[in-house]
Design a protein around this ligand. Structure first.
Ligand SMILES: O=C(O)CCC(=O)C(=O)O
Length: 258
């Protein structure tokens, strides 16, 4: 199957609406992909904490509607990245997964909120539910940025059937080495494909790291973006997950202690 990750540049001078329109233009050139990924809180900008509550939307607000429409127009499963969701008094970092007909397949509220040089932990409420979802492109595990540092989350996704790990991100360049390691290791230790979609650009004095990746179940990086806005593409075969797990049955050799 053909996959694409839109590594998007965050430009602080843009409004949310301008950013959504620019993303829509980028997406309109992406015909023929089975699965497309977008980054974390890209429409508001992850580091634009002053905009979070102002730009928050209910789950099925305009952001949701636009992304559903894009999935349908592209006939692609779309992991639309995340937005700031408001439900009552609470705000969440919520990502959306749409089927190729524009129907919602799943939502995921970020579980591990980032608190280092970030106001996310103050402003948002963490999610509770681990998500691995059966789709026409395989069973996908959903996660967001800082989640990458917590291996138990991905193991739970695998226990729920995940074979493809999708990571939406706004990871800073300062810790690019960590990003590179976690991308490879999460795929390798779980014998899954992993696709990550990061942002680039300078935002609120933070340089975002790019290097969105496609990693195979041996931990080999099959495709990797650089540090510019770009669309990372790859062709992957999920049958490899089964082959790798049969050939090297590490997941069956776990020793679980109480
Ligand atoms: O863990 C990190 O170093 C970066 C995490 C992050 O930027 C985020 O969760 O948005």
């Amino acid at each position: 199957m053909k996959v694409a990750a839109v590594q998007f540049e965050i430009r602080d001078e843009e409004t949310k609406e301008e950013r959504i329109e620019r993303m829509a233009r980028l997406l309109s050139g992406l015909k023929g992909y089975d699965l497309i990924l977008l980054p974390e809180i890209w429409a508001t900008g992850y580091f634009s904490f002053e905009r979070y509550t102002k730009e928050a939307e209910p789950l099925k607000g305009p952001f949701f509607q636009r992304m559903a429409q894009m999935a349908q127009q592209l006939s692609s499963v779309l992991f639309a990245g995340s937005f700031v969701e408001q439900e009552g008094k609470n705000y969440y970092n919520t990502s959306l997964l749409f089927d190729a007909n524009g129907e919602l397949l799943a939502t995921y509220r970020k579980i591990h909120l980032f608190r280092y040089g970030s106001k996310e932990g103050e402003l948002l409420t963490r999610g509770e539910e681990v998500k691995a979802v059966k789709t026409r492109v395989g069973c996908v595990g959903l996660s967001t940025c800082y989640d990458l540092r917590f291996p138990e989350l991905y193991r739970q996704q695998v226990e729920l059937g995940a074979e493809l790990l999708l990571v939406t991100s706004a990871w800073p360049h300062q810790r690019l080495a960590h990003w590179q390691l976690f991308n490879a290791v999460r795929a390798l230790e779980n014998q899954c494909f992993l696709i990550s979609c990061n942002c680039v650009g300078y935002t609120h004095n933070v340089l975002l790291g790019g290097h969105s990746q496609v990693v195979d179940p041996w931990g080999v990086v099959r495709a990797q973006a650089g540090e510019q806005e770009t669309v990372l593409t790859a062709e992957i075969d999920l049958a490899e997950v089964k082959r790798v797990r049969e050939h090297f049955p590490q997941l069956k050799h776990r020793v679980l202690r109480a």
